[in-house]
Design a protein around this ligand. Structure first.
Ligand code: SF4
Length: 285
């Protein structure tokens, strides 16, 4: 059995940066200093566990009033502005790990919140990044998560309309949705804020899938880009299974497979991908 790992598997730039920043804060903290992470810093359980073992405490926004103030690490895909303001009012010191690519979309939302323009955010309403982007638009933007939702747009056709998109959104869906929206408005400005890391992972996964019989996509269950990567391979007609850890590997994945491809979402550590590789090799001995 041959096992091939996709070339750029492992953390993307933004996730690497966020985890490094969190580790530096934890490594330089004083004894008894309180270090919190607001929500999952990235959608990967192994990394969240590693940071918690170093002393970080993961909390929700609703816990802010209940805990003793300390350093508060914000996740790589952003946090709504009012939550940051609340934390500052409660005397937390903020460590903002927001990825620069997400920041870029936030700046466009900021700029358009102060203009007459109509702003559309293409993305999943429940995704933390989209919630943060909406706050940067001062809640004036409309979120569109699918082609079917385009009909809900009630903006004026003759007012300049600006589009931004969740960094990990599917490129194909984005194309379909914007193709429909551009027909509705006289003047429209589309910012493709989809991150390159997503595109690179797809291209490399495709090139691995072409050489293999089955593909394992490794990533957190809440990771949007991992799910998109799995769906992308399935839509292209390749056999693919998504798992979070080596324990989820099943013998039936490998029926008659001579070659297995392993890839992962942008928030999957390389160490977990290598653990999966070892487990696949042991499984098929
Ligand atoms: S996927 Fe892109 S936008 Fe998201 S953290 Fe990684 S580099 Fe940044």
């Amino acid at each position: 059995m041959q096992v091939i790992i996709a070339e750029n598997a492992g953390f993307c730039f933004g996730v690497k940066r966020a985890v490094k920043m969190a580790e530096e804060v934890l490594d330089s903290s004083e004894a008894n200093e309180k270090i919190y992470i607001l929500g999952e810093i990235i959608h990967n359980p192994q990394t969240v566990k590693m940071l918690e073992e170093k002393g970080a405490v993961t909390i929700d926004e609703k816990d802010l009033e209940a805990v003793e103030p300390g350093k508060l690490i914000l996740r790589s895909h952003g946090v709504p502005l009012e939550v940051i303001e609340k934390a500052k009012r409660l005397h937390f010191s903020i460590v903002d790990t927001t990825c620069p690519f997400v920041k870029k979309a936030q700046i466009i939302a900021d700029q358009n919140s102060k203009k007459e323009n109509q702003l559309i955010i293409i993305g999943k309403k429940e995704h933390p990044e989209v919630k943060a982007l909406l706050s940067h638009s001062l809640y004036n933007a409309i979120v569109i998560g699918s082609f079917d939702e385009v009909k809900n747009l009630n903006f004026k056709p003759d007012v300049k309309t600006v589009i931004i998109v969740q960094t990990t959104f599917s490129g194909n869906e984005f194309k379909k949705i914007t193709g429909e929206i551009v027909l509705l408005y006289k003047e429209i400005l589309v910012y493709n804020t989809i991150c390159n890391a997503t595109y690179i992972r797809r291209t490399e996964s495709l090139s691995v899938a072409e050489k293999t019989d089955v593909n394992i996509v490794v990533g957190g269950k809440n990771s949007s880009n991992t799910r998109e990567l799995t769906n992308f391979l399935l839509e292209k007609g390749y056999k693919a299974f998504q798992i979070e850890s080596p324990e989820e590997i099943r013998r039936e994945f490998f029926d008659e497979a001579g070659c297995v491809g392993i890839t992962g979402g942008a928030s999957t550590p390389l160490s977990v991908i290598e653990d999966v590789k070892r487990a696949v090799e042991e499984f098929c001995l």
